[in-house]
Every structure is written in C-alpha cells, then in structure tokens.
Design a protein around this ligand. Structure first.
Ligand SMILES: C[S@@+](CC[C@H](N)C(=O)[O-])C[C@H]1O[C@@H](n2cnc3c(N)ncnc32)[C@H](O)[C@@H]1O
Length: 224
C-alpha cells in the first residue's frame, strides 16, 4: 500500500517533471527580506531551508553572510537551482542522498523526513517558505515531530504560512492557521507573529479559484 508520504513525494516529483512549479519566485520572498533581521539569527549561522525547491532565497541568505543547508527531494529542482544560479557544485554521495556543495550553499537531494538530529546539529536557524504549507495535515504533524524536533535548542527561524478558507481551494498550498502552528510547535518552540498581511489583491490565481480571503503570516520561532 502507498503511504501518504510516498504519494506526496510522487506528486512533487511529477510536478517537477511536468514543470508545474508556479510556487517558484524569481526574486527573494518579500517577507524574508522584510523580516529576516528581526529573527536575530547569529552571524554566519547555517540556515536550514526545508523543501527548498530552487528558491533564490538560498542565495539571498548566503549574500547575508549565512551558510545554507537546503533539502529538496527532486533532483530536477536541484540541477535547475545550480544551473540557474550559475554555481559550480561538487556532489558528494551521502547515506541521505547526493549533497551538492557550492561555497556557502549546500543542498541535499533527499527526503526531509529522513534527517536526524546529527544532520541538523549545525543549523542555528531555519527559513520555511512554501514548505509546511506544501504538506497535507497528516504530514504537517510528522514534519513538526520528526523534522523540526531534530533542530538544536536555541535555533531561531522564520516560518511563512497562508491562511484562507480551506473549503474554497484544495491544496497545495494548504491553509495553515495560527492555532495549528501553535498546537504543532508551541510545546517546544516560542512562536511570535511578526506580520499578518492581506495579500488577496496580489494573488490573481487564488481569486480565480474563488478564494475570498487570503493572508500571509510570518512567524518568528525559537526552540526552547
Ligand atoms: C511548494 S514547493 C516550495 C519550494 C521552495 N520552498 C520555494 O519557496 O520555492 C515544495 C517543495 O518541496 C519539495 N518536497 C516535497 N516533499 C519533500 C520531502 N519529503 N523532502 C524534501 N523535499 C520535498 C518539492 O519537490 C517542492 O520542490
């Protein structure tokens, strides 16, 4: 029987094969640029970027003095990232998958659910955009328990979610409300809302699907 995780992984791989990557942005995420300073990540900290895709947020973080540890399932996404950023990478085989290394940016081509505390021990910070909201509810619970729970004490980060009436649009992306973020992470993380912004006017694709209310929410989180 196919598990929820296997089904989800297969879905993402076919999206990359078919070029259905409308989530990708050619410029850094506005809420990253706006909020990152307020996260207070230590200078030079390694930033964990789960479900990284080929996001240009990784070079943005590197330009701001960070090391970056991205994790992405689809080899096509990783290849496209290094080609589009014109970065030469060395590729090392690891038990978790191929690790692509170029200066301060490392991207592991593998399943985020296979990481353990040792893999994430150096990550003093994280950035989560289109990541938790890319997962269906059951996998979000596992993501909090099996992935975030491996991050070290004191780790700080920025999580960006979307909130909209669930019945108006099937995910991904999924609506992840503040109550769920607090339920999933509250027991181990301090969670603060930095920004809650109405973005419906800018999101024609959501309006065209009949969504009547859409907010982006940026959280600062710190592991206790
Ligand atoms: C919505 S995209 C977001 C990508 C990126 N964060 C961005 O902002 O453009 C979600 C990404 O997660 C990847 N993904 C899905 N499940 C994964 C898993 N279990 N492990 C690693 N990556 C995964 C998909 O291939 C896809 O590229």
């Amino acid at each position: 029987m196919t598990t929820e995780l296997e089904h989800d992984r297969e879905n993402w791989l076919s999206r990359w094969r078919e070029g259905r990557t409308g989530f990708h942005q050619d410029t850094p995420s506005p809420l990253l640029v706006e909020c990152w300073e307020r996260i207070g990540a230590p200078e030079g900290a390694t930033v964990f970027v789960p479900l990284a895709g080929k996001t240009v947020d990784m070079p943005w973080l590197a330009e701001h003095g960070h090391r970056v540890f991205g994790v992405e399932l689809a080899e096509l996404a990783v290849e496209q990232f290094f080609a589009e950023q014109r970065l030469m990478a060395q590729v090392q085989q690891t038990p978790d998958g191929a690790l692509w290394i170029s200066g301060p940016i490392e991207v592991l081509c593998g399943d985020v659910f296979k990481l353990d505390a040792q893999d994430l021990a150096d990550c003093e910070a994280f950035f989560d955009r289109a990541a938790i909201i890319a997962l269906p509810p059951g996998l979000r619970r596992r993501y909090a328990r099996e992935v975030y729970a491996q991050l070290p004490q004191g780790c700080v980060g920025l999580m960006i979610t979307l909130e909209f009436p669930e019945h108006e649009k099937a995910g991904p992306p999924f609506s992840v409300r503040e109550a769920e973020v607090r339920e999933l992470f509250g027991p181990e993380w301090d969670v603060d809302v930095l920004v809650r912004r109405d973005i419906l006017a800018d999101q024609a694709s959501f309006r065209n699907e009949g969504v009547t209310s859409l907010h982006a929410v940026a959280y600062r989180m710190q592991r206790r």
